[in-house]
Design a protein around this ligand. Sequence first.
Ligand code: NAP
Length: 320
Amino acid sequence: MTRHTHVAIIGSGPAGLTAAIYTARANLAPIVIEGEISSTSDQPGGQLMLTTEIENFPGFINGIEGPELMSNFRSQAERFGAEFHTAKVTRIDASNRPFAIWTSDQGDGDASYLADAIIVATGARSIMLGVDREIELIGHGVSTCATCDGFFFRGQEIAVVGGGDSAMEEATFLTKFASKVHIIHRRSELRASKIMQDRARANPKISFTWNSRVVELIGGDQLEGVVLEDTITGERSKLAVTGLFVAIGHEPNTSVFEGILDMDGARYIVTHDGTNTSVEGIFACGDVQDHIYRQAITAAGSGCMAALDTERWLESVHAG
Ligand code: NAP
């Protein structure tokens, strides 16, 4: 059965849930299509569900666990009447308004929703190495965010995987805390821009491990080291590190919007004048349209913007 809604919010990380709180308080009765648990790092609540302690989200003097923060966001949205639907969006028809949305639990027949406006908040995912126990050890030595977790590695020896600007930036940042940072790269040449390379190479706390890939994570509940494989000789060696920062790139979750919304070369949704996308009535917020800041607080801020943009747009359409 197809239901009509004023606002469908796709995604339930800090951006989607902030948009839900604001649109719910504006009496728009939003439906949040929150995603569903899949085998990858993908789930309702977004990337913070994979984080342990968050110390830089304002308002929590002693920090808060990622899942607890997201559960609070969700309860706050529910308190004002936001409704949640645990499923993935599989298809959208944006050629007419209201927009039609199909979800994973309803097959290819009738659309699940007809929405006057859509807020896209599907986020991005860190590309992971694909080694055993990598996801399980996130927050226990494995991290995808130096800004978020660097502080926990004071005085420790750690490693960063990758040879791009992100890896150089993260490694350089991490030297503020760590005693030593190993950059592990699968080739003998970096992809990073010269300035970022030079900065990393000049840092006495950074050393490079070339032609190497991480093939195993060592440790019980907490990371104690990694097994490296030489990409040329195949030889294996152990490196004792208590932290492993995976910095091999990010991927926005935009496949369902392909051909519908304008995207940049890296497939992030392009927004203009706040959170407007290339389709009138569809707004985007959070990491799905931001590859620069990628913080919970910036995602939440843009979720608020998307809600206000949506509210104003709906008012203008109904008034017109
Ligand atoms: P990137 O440029 O795509 O680099 C990814 C790096 O990870 C590459 O060195 C790649 O190795 C390596 N890699 C990819 N898959 C791997 C795997 N499975 N195992 C091991 N290594 C793997 O990504 P990025 O560094 O995140 O940068 C993305 C974009 O953002 C770039 O345009 C970058 O310039 C920009 N950026 C800019 C700044 C800044 O200016 N401050 C900071 C961060 C990012 P290969 O080199 O062998 O392919």
